[in-house]
Design a protein around this ligand. Structure first.
Ligand code: CO
Length: 360
């Protein structure tokens, strides 16, 4: 198994719902330590790596969020079942009959979301959607005291989806949870590794951010710390290449190269930056896809609104079935996203930043 595949497996399997990104942060810290010239968390827990001179120019910022969608303990019922609050947007249907891990002060606790069996369900309720308010996590506790004292479960404890990374049937497709945005975190680590070998002209900051899924909160504070001249957000894209989706919803396809977002509900990118990336991609022979989404939000919008406004774009690894226990990405898209991003950052100089920011 390749080093990169092992890293992606580790990133996908790591539990890190919004606000509890610790296990992911440890991986990023371990990987970035030998690469970065400086590595430090901000006051919310985002991890910022710097490569190159502190006073170098331009200041290029990469972001990728460490957190994933998940749940959080609301309270434990007298019978010992865990009721929860959602962290980020998962469909209610995606929560049913899954494995979860609650991170307690006594360590990880495995739980499952069960619902009533069909044997006792009325015909009417069989055809109804189950709402999250009706759901609970079964941790095998005998009562509330057992859950709290023996297992250490407390209100506020994070609950992460639990599913193991797999290569899908000898294909180049990787199945795993949390490709949103561990795919981006992986790209960011590998881009920094590449820039360590062949440096950029200015200074590069890579921020592994927290709490993206609950409102781009970590990107806000880490961008304030960096004060970038230009930004590239690295994300999981949205593929529209499976039954039930269409081109009007999402245009990315797995295996056809990294994506560039031209519209989402949080940001319009700098179009000259789009052109610069497309020109670079063409020169080095990497296919690129566009995506125009109606919804979605991403960390790039926080960079864009910083420092009086800066050129930013969102570059993606196309992904199927986001915000669930099983999402899919294509290894070639990942590798090409790394190569392209590294090359774009390497070519970025002060003149280019000035050109991107000229409004005439
Ligand atoms: Co994301």
């Amino acid at each position: 198994m390749s080093r990169v595949q092992r890293l992606l497996e580790e990133l996908s399997n790591a539990h890190g719902p919004s606000g509890s990104e610790g296990p992911v942060r440890s991986i990023v810290m371990r990987e970035m330590a030998p690469i970065a010239d400086e590595l430090a968390p901000d006051g919310m827990g985002s991890l910022i790596a710097r490569l190159g001179d502190k006073d170098g120019s331009p200041r290029v910022m990469l972001t990728a969020h460490m957190d994933e969608v998940g749940l959080m303990v609301r309270y434990v019922t007298p019978e010992g079942f865990v009721k929860f609050q959602g962290l980020g947007g998962m469909l209610d249907q995606a929560l049913i009959n899954q494995r979860w891990v609650i991170a307690t002060r006594k360590g990880p606790v495995l739980g499952v979301t069960g619902i009533k069996t069909t044997h006792v369900m009325s015909m009417e309720s069989r055809n109804q959607l189950f709402r999250r308010e009706q759901m609970f996590i079964d941790v095998g506790a005998t009562n509330k005291q057992d859950a709290e004292e023996r297992l250490g479960i407390q209100p506020g404890d994070p609950i992460a989806p639990d599913s193991a990374f797999t290569v899908l049937n000898g294909s180049k497709l990787y199945v795993g949870k949390a490709w949103d945005d561990r795919a981006g975190v992986g790209v960011m680590i590998e881009v920094m590794r590449s820039l360590r070998e062949r440096p950029a002209q200015g200074t590069v900051y890579a921020a592994a951010t927290v709490q993206e899924e609950v409102g781009l909160r970590g990107a806000h504070t880490s961008t304030f710390m960096v004060q970038p001249d230009i930004g590239i957000n690295l994300e999981s894209g949205v593929a529209g290449d499976y039954p039930g989706t269409n081109m009007d919803e999402a245009q990315e396809k797995l295996g056809q190269g990294p994506g560039l977002f031209l519209h989402d509900s949080s940001m319009l990118p700098n179009l000259r930056l789009r052109d610069f990336i497309m020109d670079t991609a063409k020169e080095i022979g990497i296919p690129v896809q566009f995506n125009v989404l109606s919804g979605y939000g991403q960390d790039g919008s926080e960079m864009q609104k910083s420092s009086g406004g800066i050129p930013v774009i969102n570059l993606t690894v196309p992904t199927r079935y986001l915000h669930s226990h099983y999402s899919l990405m294509h290894r070639d898209d990942f590798d090409r996203a790394v190569t392209l991003t590294a090359e774009v950052v390497r070519r970025m100089d002060g003149d280019m930043v000035a050109r991107l920011k000229r409004f005439d």
